[in-house]
Design a protein around this ligand. Structure first.
Ligand SMILES: CCCCC/C=C\C/C=C\C/C=C\CCCCC(=O)SCCNC(=O)CCNC(=O)[C@H](O)C(C)(C)COP(=O)(O)OP(=O)(O)OC[C@H]1O[C@@H](n2cnc3c(N)ncnc32)[C@H](O)[C@@H]1OP(=O)(O)O
Ligand SMILES: Cc1cc2nc3c(=O)[nH]c(=O)nc-3n(C[C@H](O)[C@H](O)[C@H](O)COP(=O)(O)OP(=O)(O)OC[C@H]3O[C@@H](n4cnc5c(N)ncnc54)[C@H](O)[C@@H]3O)c2cc1C
Length: 664
């Protein structure tokens, strides 16, 4: 690092091996080296600079994104980057674009739902970017309710084709990223109709634009849906609108891994469950959990470094004022977010493992853990994105007034991140899916079916309904078994109480609708338990590096005890702990904040973010905030001239008018 390090005194306090922690954060030495190399490659390339992005008009902004995406692709080819390296490179370019949907959804949809033949035909084209794909599921009238989609795909046996049609305004595809201006193809979700019969929603590969001149295929109307929240932010993406007027595609362009349509228009089911049509969503939800920790870590890195730089009050003798990070209120807001970043990292790692395991089992025709995979990806996507969106806003407040400046990087990060609470499944809708899974699990307990995986604790429900927390001192809250039992008991008791209330309704669906707000709370409790338990599992691993495990332990207990404090109502009302034990948990939490404090800067350094990626004056590695903030202000176009445009038209006449009035 060049220049003076204004945070050197902070870094000198570190009690653990930061380089070892960087590897823990990255997941492996291989992942660390690879991501580090790609981050530096992007940061050192002027073509990827991000300055001034928020000030560009939509057209310029979008063209700039196209330029960066094309440059990224050129570098990927020139450097012969692997798929993994290319993914990291795109990640550090840090600008949402059509490539996210192409690689993140179009390709996975073909891989997951296409037959071997379809994969052989389409994947090479997609890998070479000879076609660019998007994922067109959501419509103007329906997003959450996938079975309510209106676009139709009617089989015409005479020509061996499907006719894709938008029968109503509300059936217009609406939102798909990359669709508005770029994609040549899309996976279009439509109601399959053969021989006059409906067979539910399926995916179809549809060409949208000419590969020669990019004009829409006749019968297709396509465009961008307009500006979205925030400057810059997600406006680099061309979310699109699309309608079909009887567009014909060959029969073999229906993704047929789940259901085949024969030449005669007969539907033949494969042995794969129907839910696999939703498989791409499971895949992407899993990646969104990993991305949550990345976004949260960015915000926390900015807020932590700035909190160590910023000083307010406390100087009675003309000495230095207090660093705001030393205020207990600042710590109690910031350190749980730091702990959450690590917690989400580890649960994301585990979820990736679960997803890989499910994929392998599916290939061997074992579909038994699909419901669990669906519940975990849906629930954790919901939990982590809600927490991250809230945390970015909290980090902005933690940075005081300067956090509101775009130069802090936080407004754009918030604007880019917050739709994660909606896309890939509205977060409440997803928690309701978890609730269905939990209620089903509880209802099967009596039948002797043993719950497994993340619901295994419900198999011990009788014990958990009766257990008493035996915490007597604040230190007792540092025992993994104690923390786990409290979270398991809270979740089990909430699930059982909800199930008992549900059983009072004659019609379970009526009961589910009436109790849905309570059910969502049980889902949150269950998902928080998963995160806590995966963090505790992580601590059991042999983690090399001086002091690293100690820091992780502190973070784990901060994560868990802060939740206990925040959701005290649940823990007390279900009788899992007493008010006295809750108070001891709080004492322990304060002590943990003091232990984390000297390591806070090093713990965010371990994220290994370049200044380019952070894009924040407040979060600069060297802590040289004020001169750079001052410098940044003068770059604003308003400061191009000393007297602003409009002075002569509007300000001067007004001043003169007042002068005249004063004279009268
Ligand atoms: C910057 C870096 C980029 C990197 C790129 C990588 C990745 C991308 C990362 C970031 C994202 C970037 C861009 C954003 C892209 C956003 C894309 C989108 O938003 S695509 C659209 C997503 N849409 C949704 O998520 C819709 C939400 N709705 C649903 O998921 C479902 O329809 C439903 C609400 C879950 C259920 O509907 P319903 O009640 O009608 O139930 P059924 O459909 O009848 O299902 C019943 C049965 O099926 C089970 N089930 C449901 N979903 C799944 C699933 N996904 N997998 C497995 N099983 C599922 C459900 O549990 C029921 O089971 P059972 O009770 O046993 O009958
Ligand atoms: C930035 C962005 C990018 C996107 N990219 C894509 C893409 O590439 N491809 C694509 O196909 N789609 C995309 N989408 C669409 C996205 O997947 C949907 O917006 C999302 O699934 C939510 O659906 P909805 O808009 O229909 O919300 P709605 O379901 O209309 O939600 C509105 C409100 O109703 C509530 N609600 C809905 N159903 C229920 C229920 N059963 N019980 C209780 N409450 C309920 C919700 O909680 C919410 O508060 C994108 C969206 C955004 C914002």
């Amino acid at each position: 690092m060049k220049g003076v390090d204004h945070l050197a005194h902070e870094r000198n306090k570190t009690e653990f091996d930061v380089d070892a922690m960087k590897i823990v954060w990255a997941g492996s030495r291989h992942a660390f080296e690879l991501s580090d190399r790609m981050a530096r490659l992007v940061a050192s390339d002027p073509a990827f600079q991000k300055d001034g992005r928020i000030r560009l008009g939509r057209k310029e902004l979008f063209k700039n994104t196209l330029r960066k995406a094309a440059h990224a692709w050129k570098r990927i080819l020139e450097l012969h980057l692997t798929e993994e390296e290319a993914g990291w490179l795109r990640n550090f370019v840090d600008e949402p674009s059509f490539t996210d949907l192409h690689w993140g959804m179009f390709v996975p949809a073909i891989k997951g739902q296409g037959t071997d033949e379809q994969q052989q035909k389409w994947l090479p084209l997609a890998y070479k970017m000879q076609i660019i794909g998007s994922y067109a599921q959501t419509e103007l009238g329906h997003g959450s309710n996938v079975q309510g989609l209106e676009t139709t795909a009617t089989f015409d046996p005479e020509t061996d084709e499907f006719v894709i049609h938008s029968p109503t305004l509300t059936s217009s595809k609406w939102w798909p990223g990359g669709l508005g201006k770029v994609s040549t193809h899309a996976i279009v979700y439509a109601r399959l109709i053969t021989n006059g019969q409906e067979h539910g929603v399926h995916g179809f590969i549809v060409q949208l634009r000419s590969l020669d001149d990019h004009m829409p295929i006749p019968g297709i109307t396509i465009g961008d849906i307009g500006m979205k929240f925030g400057n810059g932010a997600y406006n680099t993406m061309d979310n699109g609108v699309l309608t079909f007027d009887h567009i014909r595609i060959p029969r073999n362009q229906m993704l047929m891994r789940v259901l085949q349509v024969t030449r005669e228009g007969k539907c033949v089911k494969s042995n794969v469950p129907r839910q696999l049509i939703y498989g791409t969503m499971v895949f992407v939800r899993q990646t969104i959990v990993a991305d949550a920790s990345t976004a949260l870590a960015r915000a926390v890195c900015i807020a932590t470094r700035y909190s160590a730089v910023r000083r307010q009050f406390g100087s009675q003798d003309g000495g230095m004022e207090t660093q705001v990070i030393d205020y207990k209120t600042q710590q109690s807001r910031l350190f749980p977010l730091l702990a959450s970043a690590y917690a989400f990292r580890f649960v994301g790692e585990w979820l990736k493992w679960l997803y890989t395991d499910v994929t392998q089992r599916l290939q061997a025709n074992d579909f038994s853990i699909l419901p669990e995979a669906h519940a975990c990806t849906a629930g954790l996507k919901s939990l982590t994105t809600t927490a991250t969106a809230d945390a970015i806003e909290e980090c902005r407040k933690l940075c005081g007034g300067h956090g509101y400046l775009c130069a802090s990087g936080l407004p754009e990060l918030f604007a880019v991140y917050v739709p994660a609470c909606t896309y890939e499944g509205d977060n409440v809708v997803l928690l309701l899916q978890v609730a269905r899974f939990l209620m089903k699990t509880v209802s099967q307990l009596g039948s002797g079916k043993k719950p497994v995986g993340t619901t295994a604790y419900l198999g011990r429900v009788q014990d958990l309904l009766q257990c008493c927390c035996d915490v007597q001192t604040a230190e007792d809250w540092l025992k993994p078994s104690v923390v786990l039992e409290a979270f398991e008991a809270r979740s089990a008791r909430m699930c059982v109480a909800r199930a008992q209330n549900l059983s009072k309704f004659e019609n379970p669906e009526d009961g589910f609708a009436e109790l849905s707000a309570d059910l969502v709370e049980a889902s949150v409790a269950h998902c928080q338990l998963i995160v806590v338990s995966k963090f505790i599992d992580k601590l059991q691993q042999d983690i090399p590096g001086k002091g690293v495990n100690r820091q992780l332990q502190n973070l784990c207990y901060i994560y868990a005890l802060n939740l206990l404090h925040k959701y005290l109502g649940d823990f007390l009302s279900t009788g899992c702990i007493t008010p006295k034990q809750a108070s001891l948990a709080n004492d322990q939490l304060r002590s943990l904040y003091s232990q984390i404090r000297p390591n806070a800067i090093a713990l965010v350094d371990a994220f290994n973010y370049t200044d380019h990626y952070l894009g924040s004056v407040l979060g600069r590695y060297d802590g040289n905030v004020y001169p750079k903030l001052y410098e940044e202000a003068w770059k604003d176009p308003l400061n191009d001239s000393v007297v602003p445009d409009g002075y002569h038209e509007y300000i001067h006449p007004m001043l003169k008018q007042q002068l005249r009035n004063a004279r009268l």
